[in-house]
Design a protein around this ligand. Structure first.
Ligand code: NAP
Length: 488
C-alpha cells in the first residue's frame, strides 16, 4: 500500500471534518500507544467515528505515514499528555517499557486491548498486570475480542460485541460509550477479575462444538467400521471378491445417514431423560447431573451436525449413478437380461419402496434444513418463544418420525432375510433404529394424559411431598387453581 493510500481512512469515504451529518462524540481526543496493526486499525476506526486521535510511538516520524492524516502521530509522552483515555496497543511483554510514562499517565484511563498466545498463560491477567504497573491509572479491559481486521472493516462485517470490565464504573462507562460510538455493542462483564476470562475468549477453538464434533466422529468411526466389515471384508473373506472400490462412496454413503439419524435422536434424548428425572424426583428444582446439563446445552450443535451429515448423504446419493462402477453393473445387468431373454424386470413392490423411500428422505431433509435455519441467532431472534419451540420441538420430532420412516422403507423386509446377516451382524439400519425408536416411544408415553398432566404440573412448580398452590390451564384455555400434595 502506498503512503498516499495509508493517509486516507479506509472507512467512511467522506471527510469527517466539515460533514455536518457526523457529530464527533463530544469531540473527544483518544490516545493510542503503539503503532502496530491494532493501533492502526483502531486509529482509522476512531477517526471515522468522529474522534480526534493522537498516536504515541517510539518512532513517530517513521510511523506517521501508516496512519490516516486526521490522526496525529507523536512521541509517547506527548500523546499521553493530550488525552485522558489511552488505548495500550502494545504486547504485555513490553508494558514495562512504558513505566517511564508513569507520571504523565497518572489519573488517566488505560484501555488494555492485549491478548495472550495461550489460555491462562500468566497467573494474573494482562489488564491486572498493567494495573499493577500503573497504580495511579484506572485500567479497563476491552476490545481484545475484536481483531484489527474487524476494526478496519467496521462492525457490520465482524464481531459486534466488545466485552468490557473494570473496577471503576465511571471508566467502564466512558469506554463503553466510545465502543458504542464506534458501532460496537459494549457488554459489561463486571469487575477486573473477569479480565482473565475475556482474554481467554479469542483463544478458544469452537468450545461449544468440541463435544458434538467428537460425538459425530465417534459415531462415524463406529458405523464406518461396521459397514466396512459387512460390505468389503465379508465378500473378500467369504467369496474372495475385491470390493475395496466401495470404500470412498458406498461405505461412506451408508455411514452418513446412520450418523445423521442417530445424532437427530440424540437431540431429543436428553429432553426425554430430563423428563424421566423430573417424574422420578417429582420436582423441577433438583439439578440435573452435569453430563445431562452439558448434553442439553449442546443440542443445537448436535442437530446442526445431524443436518450436515444428512445433506452430505443427499449429495452422495445423487452422485451414485455417476460412478463408473455403477455404469458397469448396469450394463452387466442388461447383458444378463438379454442372455436370459427376460423382457420385463419390473418389480412393483420394489418400485413403491424406492419411490416412498426417496420422497420421505427429501421431506426429512427439508425439515432438517428448516430446523438448521431457525437455529441461527438472527432467525431465532425474529421468532417468538412459541414459534421457536413449535419449529424446534414439534417439527423436530416430526423430522425424527419421518427419518424413521425413511430408514424403515430403506430396510423394508431385509431384517428378516438371513443373507443380510453378514458374519451374523444385523443390517446397519436395524442398529440405527434403536435410539430413535426409544425416543419416539418415550415421547408417546409422555403424551399419555396421566403422565403429561403430572409432567406439566411439575414444570409449573408442583413438588412431590409438598403442598403448593398450582394454576393449570384447562382444555378450554382457562386457568384452574388448587391445593395439591404428592398423593394427588
Ligand atoms: P504489533 O503490530 O506488533 O504492534 C505492537 C506495537 O507496540 C509496535 O508497533 C510498537 O509501536 C509498540 N511497542 C511499544 N513498546 C514496544 C517495545 N518495547 N517493543 C516492541 N514494540 C513496542 O502488534 P499488534 O498486532 O498491533 O498488537 C498490539 C496489541 O493489540 C497486542 O497486545 C495484541 O494482543 C492486541 N490485539 C491485537 C489484535 C490484532 O488483530 N492484531 C487483536 C486484538 C488484540 P512503536 O514502535 O510505534 O512504539
Amino acid at each position: 500500500m502506498s503512503r498516499g493510500d495509508m493517509a486516507k481512512p479506509l472507512l467512511g469515504h467522506r471527510s469527517i471534518e466539515g460533514d455536518p451529518s457526523i457529530t464527533p462524540v463530544a469531540g473527544r481526543t483518544i490516545g493510542v500507544l503503539g503503532s502496530g496493526d491494532f493501533a492502526r486499525s483502531l486509529a482509522i476506526r476512531l477517526v471515522c467515528s468522529g474522534f480526534k486521535v493522537v498516536v504515541g510511538s517510539r518512532n513517530p516520524k517513521r510511523k506517521a505515514g501508516l496512519f490516516p492524516s486526521a490522526a496525529e502521530v507523536t512521541f509517547q509522552a506527548d500523546a499521553v499528555k493530550k488525552t485522558d483515555v489511552i488505548f495500550v496497543a502494545v504486547f504485555r511483554e513490553h508494558y514495562s517499557t512504558l513505566c517511564d510514562l508513569a507520571d504523565v499517565l497518572a489519573g488517566k484511563i488505560l484501555v488494555d486491548v492485549s491478548n495472550n498466545t495461550e489460555i491462562n498463560h500468566h497467573k494474573e491477567s494482562n489488564a491486572e498486570y498493567l494495573a499493577s504497573l500503573f497504580p495511579a491509572c484506572t485500567v479497563v479491559k476491552g476490545f481484545n475480542v475484536v481483531s484489527a481486521w474487524t476494526l478496519q472493516s467496521g462492525a457490520r462485517d465482524g464481531n459486534k460485541q466488545v466485552l468490557i470490565c473494570s473496577n471503576n464504573q465511571e471508566a467502564k462507562r466512558t469506554v463503553a460509550e466510545i465502543a458504542q460510538a464506534m458501532g460496537f455493542t459494549p457488554v459489561d462483564m463486571g469487575c477486573m477479575s473477569s479480565a482473565c476470562e475475556i482474554e481467554n475468549i479469542p483463544l478458544r477453538l469452537l468450545p461449544a462444538w468440541k463435544i458434538p464434533i467428537f460425538l459425530a466422529l465417534g459415531l462415524f468411526l463406529c458405523f464406518f467400521t461396521y459397514n466396512l466389515i459387512r460390505q468389503v471384508i465379508h465378500p473378500y473373506i467369504r467369496e474372495q471378491k475385491n470390493k475395496l472400490y466401495k470404500i470412498p462412496i458406498e461405505v461412506v454413503n451408508t455411514t452418513l445417514p446412520c450418523v445423521a439419524y442417530v445424532m437427530l435422536s440424540l437431540v431429543y434424548l436428553p429432553g426425554v431423560l430430563a423428563a424421566c428425572l423430573q417424574l422420578y424426583y417429582g420436582t423441577k428444582y433438583r439439578r440435573f447431573p452435569d453430563w445431562l446439563d452439558q448434553w442439553l446445552q449442546h443440542r443445537k450443535q448436535i442437530g446442526l451436525l445431524s443436518f450436515f451429515c444428512a445433506a452430505l448423504h443427499a449429495v452422495y446419493s445423487l452422485c451414485l449413478p455417476m460412478r463408473r462402477s455403477h455404469r458397469y453393473q448396469l450394463i452387466d445387468m442388461v447383458v444378463k437380461q438379454v442372455v436370459e431373454k427376460k423382457m420385463n424386470i419390473w418389480v412393483e413392490e420394489e418400485v413403491w419402496r424406492m419411490e416412498t423411500y426417496i420422497s420421505v428422505g427429501i421431506i426429512a431433509l427439508g425439515l432438517l434444513s428448516l430446523l438448521a435455519i431457525t437455529s441461527l441467532p438472527s432467525i431465532a431472534n425474529s421468532l417468538n418463544w412459541r414459534e421457536f419451540s413449535f419449529i424446534q420441538s414439534t417439527l423436530g420430532f416430526i423430522a425424527l418420525l419421518i427419518s424413521t420412516l425413511h430408514t424403515l422403507t430403506y430396510g423394508w423386509s431385509r431384517a428378516f432375510d438371513e443373507n443380510q446377516y453378514k458374519f451374523y451382524l444385523p443390517p446397519t439400519y436395524t442398529l440405527t433404529l434403536l435410539v430413535p425408536c426409544t425416543v419416539i416411544l418415550a415421547k408417546i408415553i409422555f403424551n399419555l394424559p396421566c403422565i403429561r398432566q403430572r409432567l406439566l404440573r411439575i414444570r409449573r412448580g408442583w413438588e412431590k411431598g409438598r403442598y403448593v398452590k398450582f394454576v393449570l390451564p384447562s382444555a378450554t384455555g382457562e386457568y384452574s387453581s388448587g391445593e395439591t400434595s404428592s398423593n394427588v
